[in-house]
Design a protein around this ligand. Structure first.
Ligand code: SF4
Ligand code: SF4
Length: 259
């Protein structure tokens, strides 16, 4: 798409956003029928259904730890901006109160409310972001990973508006000058596209663990296949009580938090 076409599209997209995503009511983005199918959906590990289980208690054991965030952002060429507006986040820490604002109880300690909880894209089973994308630049693979194709993204930001978890970041500026050290094995993005966590799909393809899971010194995260009853994630979910973010929306996250 040429620069002018792209600018015009973004203008139209902005107007469309005011009247509703793609001209549809926002509620349609949360409909329960499967998100629009694409040829790309067929890729991924057939028969697998990836999930991430986070133990927030273990995560808190090492105060101020950023090992997972730094590893993910370094490997994926995530830029570092010093202002919030331009910030690009794949995995980050959110105050408990904000991450689980609907699941807080009135007796919870004030100190706990402000404790940081690790958050990222939930790779929802019913992802509203996929449903609204007009170019199929984001789609769901057979193994559940919600993918991004930065070359197909036209920067309309429908997906940013549709994601109820703030898991998508938009490149308002050219990110490349703000990457500390470019990892040549991973693509960089350009101004005007959206990005987010893709469950290290490039590492999974090589049989490697997720960068965040590997980097965590407290072993606070487990990644695995929900279809395998013997997997670590299934064992954790069988033996411990777990919650997900904003369950009432019906997005069905596959990121679980042990309580
Ligand atoms: S968390 Fe947001 S970006 Fe990730 S799959 Fe769900 S709706 Fe899409
Ligand atoms: S991925 Fe890109 S093209 Fe698709 S909805 Fe998001 S901003 Fe628009």
């Amino acid at each position: 798409m040429s620069g002018i076409d792209r600018r015009n599209f973004i203008k139209i997209a902005g107007l469309t956003t005011i009247i509703g995503l793609s001209g549809k009511p926002l509620a349609d983005a949360f409909a329960s029928q499967p998100a629009q199918a694409s040829a790309a959906e067929k890729e991924g590990h057939v028969g697998k259904r990836w999930a991430l289980v986070i133990d927030p208690k273990k995560c808190l054991e090492k105060e101020g730890c950023r090992a997972c965030i730094d590893a993910c952002h370094r490997i994926h060429n995530v830029p570092q901006f010093d202002n919030r507006k331009d910030e690009i986040k794949w995995i980050w820490k959110e105050e408990y109160e904000k991450a689980f604002l609907d699941q807080e109880n009135e007796f919870i300690e004030d100190s706990l409310k402000e404790k940081p909880v690790l958050v990222l894209c939930n790779h929802c089973d019913n992802p509203p972001c996929v449903r609204v994308c007009p170019t199929q630049a984001t789609w769901k693979r057979q193994d559940g990973i919600v993918m991004m194709d930065w070359h197909r993204c036209i920067g309309c930001r429908y997906c940013v508006a549709a994601c109820p978890y703030g898991s998508r970041s938009f490149n308002w500026r050219d990110p490349r000058p703000f990457i500390k050290e470019i990892d040549k094995d991973f693509p960089t993005r350009t101004r005007g596209v959206v990005e987010k966590c893709t469950f290290c799909n490039e590492r999974l393809a090589k049989g490697l663990p997720l960068a965040c899971v590997e980097a965590c010194p407290e072993k606070a995260m487990a990644f695995g296949d929900l279809e395998d009853p013997e997997s670590e994630v299934r064992q954790l979910l069988r033996n411990r009580f777990a919650i997900r973010r904003k369950p009432y929306l019906g997005t069905q996250p596959v990121v679980f938090y042990l309580v």
